[in-house]
Write a protein that binds this ligand. Structure first.
Ligand code: 5GP
Ligand code: ZN
Length: 116
């Protein structure tokens, strides 16, 4: 049985698409925590970032290029944004298909790692 994000890639589950190419899909998070909350995922299923083999790591560079394109298009390249990748249970990863969150459109609150 394929994972929920693979189902979105296959069109079995609808999404609000922001960007797509041969390698990645970007869509709006169903439960946004900021005015912009976009998920960028590789079309190839990797459970988490730690599972991407060294010789396939260029997908991460591609994802970052796509994030920049989206930021430029939406205009939050000027105001700033945050990229989050949750990895594994301690990292708070709920969906086990690599995804990068892009949060933007407001001054974002401090996150856990910054708290003393
Ligand atoms: P994680 O906690 O794994 O880093 O983040 C998973 C994210 O996926 C959450 O922010 C959640 O709201 C989002 N999400 C889960 N299921 C769906 C879905 O079916 N559609 C969309 N658009 N987002 C989803
Ligand atoms: Zn998947």
């Amino acid at each position: 049985m394929s994972c929920i994000f693979c189902k979105i890639i296959d069109g079995e589950i609808p999404c609000s698409k922001v960007y797509e190419d041969d390698l990645v899909l970007a869509f709006n998070d169903i439960n946004p925590v900021a005015p912009y909350h976009i998920l960028v995922i590789p079309k190839k299923h990797y459970e988490s970032i730690i599972d991407i083999p060294e010789n396939e790591m260029e997908i991460v560079g591609h994802i970052h290029n796509v994030i920049n394109k989206i930021a430029n298009k939406k205009g939050f390249n000027e105001t700033g944004f945050r990229i989050i990748n949750n990895c594994g249970d301690d990292g708070g990863q709920e969906v086990k298909h690599v995804h990068y969150h892009i949060l933007a459109g407001k001054k974002l609150p401090m996150y856990e790692a910054e708290k003393k």
